[in-house]
Design a protein around this ligand. Sequence first.
Ligand code: IMP
Length: 203
Amino acid sequence: MAETRRITGGCLAIATHNPGKLREIAELLRPYGVETVGAAALGLPEPEETGATFEANAQLKALTAARASGLPALADDSGLAVAALGGAPGIHSARWGGPEKDFAAAMRRVERELAGTTDRRASFVAALALAWPDGRVETFRGEVHGTLVFPPRGTRGFGYDPIFVPEGGRETFGEMEPTAKHAISHRARAFAKLIAACFGAAA
Ligand code: IMP
Protein backbone atom coordinates (compact mmCIF):
# COMPACT_ATOMS: atom_id res chain seq x y z
CA MET A 1 0.00 0.00 0.00
CA ALA A 2 2.79 2.41 0.93
CA GLU A 3 4.14 2.11 -2.62
CA THR A 4 0.85 2.20 -4.55
CA ARG A 5 -0.19 5.46 -2.92
CA ARG A 6 3.10 7.26 -3.44
CA ILE A 7 2.93 10.09 -5.99
CA THR A 8 6.30 10.74 -7.67
CA GLY A 9 6.20 13.42 -10.33
CA GLY A 10 3.48 13.50 -12.96
CA CYS A 11 0.35 15.58 -12.91
CA LEU A 12 -2.19 15.89 -10.12
CA ALA A 13 -5.69 17.34 -10.56
CA ILE A 14 -6.70 19.74 -7.80
CA ALA A 15 -10.45 19.50 -7.31
CA THR A 16 -11.14 23.12 -6.49
CA HIS A 17 -12.54 26.04 -8.47
CA ASN A 18 -11.08 28.48 -5.93
CA PRO A 19 -7.96 30.11 -7.50
CA GLY A 20 -6.53 31.03 -4.05
CA LYS A 21 -6.71 27.44 -2.84
CA LEU A 22 -5.27 26.16 -6.13
CA ARG A 23 -2.26 28.48 -5.87
CA GLU A 24 -1.63 27.54 -2.23
CA ILE A 25 -1.78 23.79 -2.97
CA ALA A 26 0.42 24.10 -6.08
CA GLU A 27 3.07 25.93 -4.01
CA LEU A 28 2.94 23.33 -1.25
CA LEU A 29 3.47 20.47 -3.72
CA ARG A 30 6.05 22.08 -6.03
CA PRO A 31 9.05 20.93 -3.92
CA TYR A 32 7.93 17.34 -4.50
CA GLY A 33 8.11 17.62 -8.29
CA VAL A 34 4.34 17.42 -8.74
CA GLU A 35 2.67 19.45 -11.48
CA THR A 36 -0.87 20.53 -10.61
CA VAL A 37 -3.84 21.42 -12.78
CA GLY A 38 -7.06 22.95 -11.45
CA ALA A 39 -10.65 21.79 -11.87
CA ALA A 40 -11.56 24.81 -14.01
CA ALA A 41 -8.66 24.24 -16.45
CA LEU A 42 -9.75 20.60 -16.80
CA GLY A 43 -13.38 21.63 -17.35
CA LEU A 44 -14.47 19.56 -14.34
CA PRO A 45 -17.91 20.01 -12.79
CA GLU A 46 -18.34 21.19 -9.18
CA PRO A 47 -20.09 18.24 -7.49
CA GLU A 48 -22.74 18.92 -4.84
CA GLU A 49 -21.34 18.43 -1.34
CA THR A 50 -23.86 15.83 -0.15
CA GLY A 51 -21.62 14.04 2.39
CA ALA A 52 -22.30 14.09 6.14
CA THR A 53 -18.64 14.59 7.15
CA PHE A 54 -15.63 16.63 6.06
CA GLU A 55 -13.98 13.37 4.92
CA ALA A 56 -17.00 12.26 2.86
CA ASN A 57 -17.19 15.61 1.05
CA ALA A 58 -13.44 15.69 0.34
CA GLN A 59 -13.65 12.11 -1.01
CA LEU A 60 -16.65 12.94 -3.17
CA LYS A 61 -14.86 15.90 -4.77
CA ALA A 62 -11.57 13.99 -5.24
CA LEU A 63 -13.22 10.88 -6.75
CA THR A 64 -15.37 12.92 -9.13
CA ALA A 65 -12.29 14.80 -10.37
CA ALA A 66 -10.13 11.65 -10.66
CA ARG A 67 -12.77 9.77 -12.66
CA ALA A 68 -13.51 12.72 -14.95
CA SER A 69 -9.85 13.63 -15.60
CA GLY A 70 -8.13 10.23 -15.56
CA LEU A 71 -5.55 11.76 -13.19
CA PRO A 72 -4.97 11.31 -9.47
CA ALA A 73 -6.93 14.12 -7.80
CA LEU A 74 -6.70 16.00 -4.52
CA ALA A 75 -9.62 17.74 -2.78
CA ASP A 76 -10.14 19.37 0.59
CA ASP A 77 -13.05 20.23 2.82
CA SER A 78 -12.83 22.29 5.98
CA GLY A 79 -14.76 24.24 8.55
CA LEU A 80 -15.31 25.34 12.14
CA ALA A 81 -16.80 22.90 14.65
CA VAL A 82 -18.22 24.52 17.81
CA ALA A 83 -18.53 22.10 20.77
CA ALA A 84 -21.60 23.68 22.40
CA LEU A 85 -23.39 23.71 19.01
CA GLY A 86 -22.91 19.98 18.47
CA GLY A 87 -20.17 20.60 15.90
CA ALA A 88 -22.04 23.29 13.89
CA PRO A 89 -21.47 25.06 11.56
CA GLY A 90 -19.13 22.16 10.63
CA ILE A 91 -19.57 21.05 7.02
CA HIS A 92 -21.98 23.99 6.57
CA SER A 93 -19.33 26.60 7.53
CA ALA A 94 -19.16 28.16 4.06
CA ARG A 95 -22.97 28.14 3.76
CA TRP A 96 -23.42 30.11 7.02
CA GLY A 97 -21.75 33.02 5.19
CA GLY A 98 -24.60 32.98 2.65
CA PRO A 99 -24.26 33.71 -1.08
CA GLU A 100 -22.52 37.01 -0.21
CA LYS A 101 -19.91 35.12 1.86
CA ASP A 102 -20.74 37.43 4.76
CA PHE A 103 -18.65 35.96 7.57
CA ALA A 104 -19.27 38.95 9.86
CA ALA A 105 -22.91 37.79 9.84
CA ALA A 106 -21.86 34.13 10.23
CA MET A 107 -19.75 35.04 13.29
CA ARG A 108 -22.69 37.00 14.78
CA ARG A 109 -24.84 33.91 14.27
CA VAL A 110 -22.29 31.76 16.16
CA GLU A 111 -22.31 34.32 19.00
CA ARG A 112 -26.13 34.42 19.05
CA GLU A 113 -26.43 30.62 19.13
CA LEU A 114 -23.93 30.46 22.01
CA ALA A 115 -26.01 32.80 24.21
CA GLY A 116 -26.96 30.84 27.33
CA THR A 117 -23.80 28.73 27.46
CA THR A 118 -20.31 29.56 28.69
CA ASP A 119 -18.65 26.76 26.72
CA ARG A 120 -16.52 28.49 24.06
CA ARG A 121 -14.52 25.46 22.83
CA ALA A 122 -14.17 25.06 19.05
CA SER A 123 -11.91 23.41 16.47
CA PHE A 124 -11.01 24.07 12.88
CA VAL A 125 -11.01 20.83 10.89
CA ALA A 126 -9.59 20.05 7.44
CA ALA A 127 -9.93 16.82 5.49
CA LEU A 128 -7.81 16.15 2.40
CA ALA A 129 -8.70 13.32 0.05
CA LEU A 130 -6.42 11.91 -2.64
CA ALA A 131 -8.24 9.73 -5.18
CA TRP A 132 -7.17 7.66 -8.17
CA PRO A 133 -9.23 7.09 -11.33
CA ASP A 134 -9.68 3.40 -10.36
CA GLY A 135 -11.60 4.45 -7.23
CA ARG A 136 -8.90 4.16 -4.57
CA VAL A 137 -9.02 7.04 -2.10
CA GLU A 138 -7.07 8.06 1.00
CA THR A 139 -8.09 10.72 3.51
CA PHE A 140 -5.99 12.81 5.91
CA ARG A 141 -7.48 14.92 8.75
CA GLY A 142 -5.96 17.90 10.53
CA GLU A 143 -7.43 19.75 13.51
CA VAL A 144 -6.54 22.75 15.63
CA HIS A 145 -8.34 23.22 18.95
CA GLY A 146 -9.08 26.54 20.58
CA THR A 147 -11.66 28.91 22.06
CA LEU A 148 -14.00 31.47 20.57
CA VAL A 149 -13.91 35.16 21.50
CA PHE A 150 -16.44 37.93 20.84
CA PRO A 151 -16.39 40.52 19.38
CA PRO A 152 -14.21 39.38 16.44
CA ARG A 153 -10.60 40.63 16.47
CA GLY A 154 -8.14 41.18 13.60
CA THR A 155 -8.37 41.72 9.86
CA ARG A 156 -6.02 39.01 8.62
CA GLY A 157 -7.04 35.61 7.36
CA PHE A 158 -10.58 34.82 6.25
CA GLY A 159 -13.83 33.18 7.31
CA TYR A 160 -14.09 32.63 11.06
CA ASP A 161 -10.43 33.54 11.82
CA PRO A 162 -11.27 36.70 13.87
CA ILE A 163 -13.17 34.75 16.58
CA PHE A 164 -10.76 31.79 16.97
CA VAL A 165 -7.90 31.75 19.50
CA PRO A 166 -5.79 28.58 19.16
CA GLU A 167 -4.95 26.61 22.30
CA GLY A 168 -2.02 28.13 24.19
CA GLY A 169 -2.26 31.47 22.32
CA ARG A 170 -3.78 34.88 23.02
CA GLU A 171 -4.24 36.31 19.53
CA THR A 172 -7.01 35.24 17.18
CA PHE A 173 -6.14 33.71 13.80
CA GLY A 174 -7.31 37.08 12.42
CA GLU A 175 -4.61 38.91 14.42
CA MET A 176 -1.72 36.46 13.97
CA GLU A 177 1.04 36.68 11.38
CA PRO A 178 -0.10 34.46 8.51
CA THR A 179 3.10 32.38 8.81
CA ALA A 180 2.28 31.70 12.49
CA LYS A 181 -1.23 30.56 11.56
CA HIS A 182 0.07 28.39 8.72
CA ALA A 183 2.53 26.68 11.07
CA ILE A 184 -0.26 25.29 13.27
CA SER A 185 -3.43 25.34 11.18
CA HIS A 186 -5.76 22.41 10.56
CA ARG A 187 -4.90 22.61 6.85
CA ALA A 188 -1.14 22.52 7.54
CA ARG A 189 -1.61 19.49 9.80
CA ALA A 190 -3.64 17.59 7.20
CA PHE A 191 -1.07 18.48 4.52
CA ALA A 192 1.82 17.28 6.69
CA LYS A 193 0.12 13.86 6.95
CA LEU A 194 -0.59 13.75 3.20
CA ILE A 195 2.98 14.70 2.30
CA ALA A 196 4.49 12.16 4.70
CA ALA A 197 2.30 9.40 3.24
CA CYS A 198 2.33 10.24 -0.46
CA PHE A 199 4.98 12.79 -1.44
CA GLY A 200 7.94 12.29 0.88
CA ALA A 201 11.16 10.58 -0.11
CA ALA A 202 10.57 6.89 -0.80
CA ALA A 203 11.29 4.77 2.29
P1 IMP B 1 -14.62 24.88 2.01
O1 IMP B 1 -13.63 23.94 2.62
O2 IMP B 1 -14.08 25.61 0.82
O3 IMP B 1 -15.96 24.22 1.80
O4 IMP B 1 -14.90 26.08 3.02
C1 IMP B 1 -14.98 25.89 4.38
C2 IMP B 1 -15.40 27.16 5.12
O5 IMP B 1 -14.93 26.96 6.46
C3 IMP B 1 -14.78 28.45 4.65
O6 IMP B 1 -15.62 29.18 3.82
C4 IMP B 1 -14.55 29.21 5.95
O7 IMP B 1 -15.71 29.90 6.30
C5 IMP B 1 -14.34 28.12 6.97
N1 IMP B 1 -12.91 27.89 7.19
C6 IMP B 1 -12.17 26.84 6.77
N2 IMP B 1 -10.88 26.99 7.11
C7 IMP B 1 -10.80 28.19 7.74
C8 IMP B 1 -9.72 28.92 8.30
O8 IMP B 1 -8.54 28.54 8.29
N3 IMP B 1 -10.05 30.10 8.86
C9 IMP B 1 -11.31 30.59 8.89
N4 IMP B 1 -12.34 29.96 8.37
C10 IMP B 1 -12.10 28.75 7.80
